[in-house]
Design a protein around this ligand. Structure first.
Ligand SMILES: Cc1ncc(COP(=O)(O)O)c(C=O)c1O
Length: 463
């Protein structure tokens, strides 16, 4: 039996040790890989260590390098060492983190990790929380609490009576919202027609005077969904002005802070989130800027009664322990992974100062990469960011916008094919751009120089 774990460790170590030299992007696509894994359902079994060797060796060309230092695609962070080690322990311990009686240790560590996260993110101590699979499920959790609260305010018990015949809820957002907010509304039965876009400025930030006018014109249960760091340019809504407007109209305020909420951890960046602590709920991720392994998100809700009312569950065979935290009361799932343990480990390893240093460092690297690209012949800066996300594109003199869009894509694909760095694209204000997202704790000054070298070489060939 022990050979299988030794084999798994050897394979994992080999992958981690090779991250600096391995290509940052996968070499094979999913359809190309599938054949290597496919076949009829095995009728008989085979030795476990052989299974692990086969898995690890066959997977290699399909692995993305987001655990590495020069991966700038989407917003996929790496994992600080203790969080990865803790994640291995979580799998070995195989705890069911539903109830304190089912796993005392999962309940205890989760309670502390939640308290530490609220302190790190400077959110109210008395808020309740849930560790989720990601920000998507954090939105679900928080917006379920919001749905409960805004309907309870007008005498409707949504947990008992459902939504059939309930007064409609309007959700004020900007067009810059992430798709996961929209999807949470679908899951919650509010529907996408509940979305009510509010006008924004050129960076996609909601205009307070527009929100005020929209709210005056509406009477009824309302939720305001704001952005702390949008996906393209890292823009932050103006919480200090927007939240009081919503509150004056009795709306619940929810913040999508998948990565941007971590601006709260930094003295340099905290001005971006001024006033954010006055919201009712916040959704964020551990597997992005905190650098814990997939999957890990978190909902923090400054209305424990609404949160619990939306989530709690009782059954005859469940015994609650007084004074212990039962995750089942706060989460969407019943049985679940003890995903707060890697968070606890990461916070122990880095401390608040280490997290702050990582947030500042990755932001500085993002800026250096953007400025470096802008200084290359053919490179153009579209959006500098005050955090770790920004946009660039690639242009040839005297060519049309459509040709520049295609050229940007060509350069990005060639850089990705070099294996030296990995980027993904987006459409921003009608133009094709390359996103620069620096999330990994591993990224260093040398990695920025190496990435710029790879881009420079591609431009020299393609211009
Ligand atoms: C701003 C924002 N919100 C929400 C999400 C969804 O997060 P998750 O993938 O952890 O569910 C993302 C993911 O990229 C995001 O960038």
């Amino acid at each position: 039996m022990s050979d299988v774990y030794a084999e798994a460790y050897r394979q994992a170590r080999d992958w981690l040790d090779g991250l600096d030299t391995a290509p940052m992007g996968a070499r094979l696509s999913a359809p190309e890989l599938q054949g290597a894994f496919d076949g009829p359902l095995p009728r008989t079994g085979q030795p476990a260590d052989k299974v692990i060797r086969f898995l690890a060796e066959t997977a290699r060309p399909g692995l993305m390098g987001n655990a590495g230092a020069r991966f700038y695609g989407w917003v996929n962070g790496g994992a600080v060492p203790s969080s990865l080690g803790a994640d291995w322990l979580v799998s070995a311990w195989d705890q069911n983190a539903a109830l304190s009686t089912v796993s005392p240790v999962a309940s205890a560590i989760e309670a502390v990790a939640g308290k530490w996260m609220k302190a790190l993110l400077r959110l109210p101590e008395e808020a309740s929380f849930a560790f989720t699979t990601g920000c998507q499920m954090a939105h679900m959790t928080a917006l379920a609490a919001a749905r409960h609260a805004v309907l309870a305010d007008i005498g409707w018990d949504v947990e008992t009576d459902g939504l059939m015949g309930a007064p409609p809820i309007r959700v004020f957002t900007s067009r810059n919202r992430h798709g996961s907010v929209e999807r949470a509304l679908r899951y919650l039965g509010l529907g996408t027609n509940a979305l009510h876009p509010v006008a924004t400025d050129e960076m996609g930030r909601m205009r307070p005077e527009a929100l005020e006018a929209e709210m005056i014109a509406y009477q009824g249960p309302a939720i305001l969904a704001l952005n702390a760091g949008d996906l393209n340019v890292g823009a932050f809504d103006n919480f200090a002005d927007l939240i009081p407007i919503a509150k004056a109209h009795g709306a619940w305020v929810h913040v999508d802070g998948a990565f941007g909420l971590f601006a709260q951890t930094s003295k340099d960046k905290r001005h971006l989130t001024a006033g954010i602590e006055k919201a009712d709920s916040w959704a964020t991720d551990g597997h992005k800027w905190l650098n814990v392994p997939f999957d890990c998100g978190m909902a923090i809700i400054n209305n424990p009664d609404a949160h619990k009312a939306a989530m709690t569950l009782n059954a005859d065979y469940i015994t609650a322990t007084p004074d212990a935290r039962d995750p089942i009361d706060w989460n969407l799932e019943w049985s679940r992974r003890a995903r707060a343990i890697p968070v606890y480990a990461a916070l122990m390893e880095m401390g608040a100062e280490g997290v702050e240093a990582m947030i500042d460092r990755t932001s500085a690297h993002c800026r250096a990469l953007i400025e470096g690209i802008g200084a290359l012949p053919g490179g153009e800066i579209i959006a500098r960011s005050e955090i770790n996300q920004g946009l660039v594109r690639f242009v040839r003199a005297g060519t049309s916008e459509a040709e520049n869009d295609a050229f940007t894509e060509t350069v990005m694909q060639a850089v990705n094919a070099s294996g030296e760095a990995f980027f993904t694209g987006t459409l921003w204000q009608g133009r094709r751009c390359m996103r620069v997202s620096v999330v990994s704790w591993r990224t260093g000054t040398d990695d920025i120089a190496r990435s710029l070298g790879a881009i420079k070489q591609v431009l020299a060939e393609k211009l």
